[in-house]
Design a protein around this ligand. Sequence first.
Ligand SMILES: Cc1ncc(COP(=O)(O)O)c(C=O)c1O
Length: 402
Amino acid sequence: MNSSFPFAPMPDEHGFFGPYGGQIIPPPLKQAMDDITAAYLEISKRADFQKQFAELRADYVGRPSPIFHAERLSEQLGGAHIHLKREDLNHTGAHKINHCIGEALLARFMGKKKVIAETGAGQHGVALATACALLGLPCEIHMGQVDIEKQHPNVTRMHILGCKLVAVTRGQATLKEAVDSAFEEYLKNPTDYFYAIGSVVGPHPFPMMVRDFQSVVGREAREQFLARHGRLPDYLAACVGGGSNSIGLFTAFLEDAEVKIVGVEPAGEGLDRPGRHAATLTQGRPGALHGMKCYVLENPDGTAAAVHSVASGLDYPGIGPQHSYLKDIDRVQYETATDQEALDAFMTLSRIEGIIPALESAHAVAWAMRMAPTLPSSQNILVNLSGRGDKDVDYVAQRLGI
Ligand SMILES: Cc1ncc(COP(=O)(O)O)c(C=O)c1O
C-alpha cells in the first residue's frame, strides 16, 4: 500500500470514494440528498450542535467506551493478545447509537417532522427509536418479517420506545427489503421526512455522514491504546455488514501503514453456497444498489442476490462505497467467518470472559481467535466488539439446544 495515499478528505464533493459511492437516484431524491448534504456540512460545524452532540455522547451514550484486554481468551489461544473495544457497553448495547444520535440531532436542527429507517438485527431501530424518544421526534422503522421473528427482544424494545414498526413481508423479508420499503415511505415526502440510514451505505451524503458520526470509535481507541501500551495495535478487526462499526474503528488508523486492518464478512453456511452467505467484497463485483455504486452480490440478471447470515445485521448484498474502495487499493483486507465459527466465538467469549457478544460482532471475534495463535505473543489484535448479544440469546440457545 502507498502510505502517502490521501485518505482524507474523502469522499469528493460528489460523494465518490474512487469509483464508488455517488448518488444513483431519481432527480427528486437528488434534491433532497443535496439539501441534507448542505445542512450536514453547515450544521455539524456549528458550536451549538457540537456542544449538544458531545454532551449526549458522554452523558447519554456513556462514551468513551473502554478497551478490555481479553487476557484469559488470549492465554487459552496462545499467540497474539486480543483486546476488545467495548461498543457493547454503549446505551442500547451497540455502536449504532453513535450515528443515531447524530442523525436524529441533525433531523431536529433541520426541523424535520418524522424520522424513518430500516433495521436488520434491530440494533439500529432500537438506537434510532431511543434517539427520537430523547429528542421528541416521531420515528418509523421498517423491518423484515424474518428478522422480526428472530430478534424479538429488539422488536419489543422498539414498541416500548414508542416508534411505529412496519413489518416488511416481500421477497426474502430481511434487510434489503426493509431498506426498499423505508425508501418508498421516505419518497412520499422528502421535505418533511428524514431517512436515517443505519450504516455507511446509500446515496451521498450518508456514507460520509454516518462514517463521521462513527469515527469517534477509532479516535478514542487510538488514543486509549497508545496511552496504555505506548504503541498502536498490530491488527484491527471488525465485522462488516453495511460497514459502519468497521469504518468507525478504521478511519483513525488508515494513515498508520504499520497497522493491518481486517474487515470480517459473513461466510454464512459457506462461500461455495450462493444465497447462503453475504460475503459481498469477497465474492461480489462492482455494481449499484440503494443509490450508491459499490460491490454487490448479484444474480446473473443483475438483480441483488439472496443472502444469508446467522447475524441479521450482516445479511446485506451490498457494502459501503468506502469499503469497496479500501478493498481495491488494498488498504483493508477482507476476510470471512462462517455461521458456525461465529456461534463458536459467541459461546467461547461468553464462557471465558463473561461477555456475550452480538452475533455480528462474534464474526470479528472468530477471525481474531483464528488469527491469534498464528502470531507471536508480542502482537496485539484490537477487535471492535460492536454490540452485546442479549438480542441473540434465545436464538442461540434454541439453535444450540442449550
Ligand atoms: C451489533 C452489530 N454489529 C454490526 C452490525 C453490522 O452493521 P455495520 O456493518 O454497519 O456495523 C450490526 C447491524 O445491525 C449490529 O447490530
